[in-house]
Write a protein that binds this ligand. Structure first.
Ligand SMILES: *Cc1c(COP(=O)(O)O)cnc(C)c1O
Length: 430
């Protein structure tokens, strides 16, 4: 591990200037910790890159499915970002803190009537249309409200982003959006142009997640600009907005080498400007929807080590008091993380172990071949880069309560999401 991890004189991991061991004494374990400066810093890096390379002619929409809670919408608003939501529940959370609805982008491949009505009633800035039937419903419900809905069309640009197939969404065999190659996307555009109570603002693509190369994003931007030009020549209609989705990779372990955001933006901007000039179309307003790269590296999960089980000649299991309930990414994708002992962060990692959760599933692991100092019951285990798709994917499987989330900054900590209690677990049981 060659992370820039901060350790104090006692050998304790420091998070946002706060001793991680003290955090566990105060809040218990498991505990999600989010570093506010890291979150805000990532938001600013994206925003600044649009200012620097794209004349500020765009908006960053935080893809809130990565980590959604009231405080995140407050921070996104404060940093001047928009937010991408994919459900009535995320929209409700944003609404609950007065997030500006004109900066909301509503996604989803199977929006319910209630969700569409909720989005329209609250005048969200954009609804990203996934299919023809949805377009028809949006039109009908908008008409009932005597309102014109601003929409984008979700397009599959056919880009293979070299990533895990579960998180590859731009190719033709995907449940998301209209395919370009088959002519379906053009048909959808024509339909949207003539559909009443709907205003076609833009086209949208999202090519995958945890992508570590600039090329797929540039390719996607080029394919989408070609499409915008085709739309203009076939219909005369000028598309104003291009939404390039999210998917920018982060560092989970030393094997990951993410590209700085500014590099993506610089390359994508150059590609768009070139295409606009070559194809004689306007330079579109752009939207980018980073999720993981805003919150992923900002998060750390802290656990207490319990049972340590050495199976001679096979492996050693080090079990912690959480697992797939608070971090389902290993069981879903065999995702890799960096681990350390927060109470002995400076000790040499001289054992190789399997870190296991406490759920009744053999697959409930957090990592295999993990290098750690010899762990014993009572040690505090830290798992790094758990800010994205951990809390937001958490479940209370085995009726393990979902842990609290604490925000740290400048040596201060504050609770932003309470942990579930046992009473919470039975709250809806009748
Ligand atoms: C998931 C998703 C994102 C965010 O992806 P990250 O990999 O977290 O950046 C953005 N836009 C859309 C449409 C998505 O589905």
């Amino acid at each position: 591990m060659d992370r820039n991890v901060k350790i104090n004189d006692e050998g304790h991991l420091m998070l946002g200037g706060v001793d991680a061991v003290k955090l566990t004494e105060k809040y218990g374990t498991p505990l999600y910790v989010m570093d506010e400066d890291a979150v805000r810093g990532a938001m600013r890096a994206y925003r600044d890159s649009i200012d620097r390379f794209y004349d500020g002619n765009g908006m960053i929409c935080y893809a809130s499915k990565a980590f959604s809670c009231k405080e995140m919408y407050r921070i996104a608003e404060d940093e001047g970002l928009g937010a991408d939501v994919v459900s009535g529940g995320e929209l409700y959370t944003a609404l609950s803190v007065g997030f500006p609805m004109e900066r909301i982008c509503f996604h989803g491949n199977n929006k319910s009537d209630a969700e569409i009505k909720m989005a329209l009633y609250n005048r969200v800035g954009r609804i990203v249309v996934d299919n023809m039937e949805e377009l028809e419903r949006i039109s009908r419900f908008a008409d009932e409200l005597d309102y014109t809905a601003n929409v984008q069309l979700r397009v599959k640009p056919g880009i293979d982003a070299h990533t895990h197939q579960f998180i590859m969404t731009g190719q033709i065999d995907s449940k998301f959006g209209f395919a370009l190659e088959t002519g379906e996307a053009m048909e959808a555009v024509k339909k949207a142009i003539e559909t009443p109570s709907v205003r076609l603002l833009g086209v949208d693509c999202h090519i995958g997640s945890q992508i570590h190369e600039v090329t797929p994003f540039v390719k996607a931007a080029e394919v989408m600009m070609d499409f915008i030009a085709d739309i203009k020549s076939e219909t005369g209609y000028e598309i104003e907005e291009l939404d390039l989705g999210g998917g920018y990779g982060i560092r989970y372990t030393e094997d990951d080498d993410p590209v700085p955001y500014a590099e993506y933006m610089e390359a994508v901007s150059a590609a768009i400007h070139k295409k606009a000039a070559d194809l004689d179309v306007g330079v579109p307003f752009i939207l980018m929807e980073p999720g993981r790269s805003i919150v992923g590296e900002a998060g750390t999960t802290l656990y207490t080590v319990g049972a340590v089980k050495e199976i001679p000649g096979i492996r050693t299991y080090v079990s912690v008091d959480g697992g797939m309930g608070d971090n389902p990414r290993y069981i879903l994708y065999q995702s890799k993380y960096d681990f350390l002992l927060a109470n002995r962060a400076a000790d040499e990692a001289d054992t190789v172990v399997t870190v296991a959760g406490k759920c009744c599933e053999s697959g409930d692991l957090l990592g295999e071949n993990v290098s750690l100092p010899a762990a014993k019951a009572g040690d505090i285990m830290a798992v790094l880069s758990t800010g994205a798709y951990n809390y937001s994917m958490a479940s209370c499987y085995n009726r393990n309560p979902i842990p609290p989330v604490v925000m740290v900054q400048d040596g201060e900590d504050r609770l932003i999401v309470k942990g579930q209690s046992y009473e919470d677990l039975i709250r809806n049981d009748l």
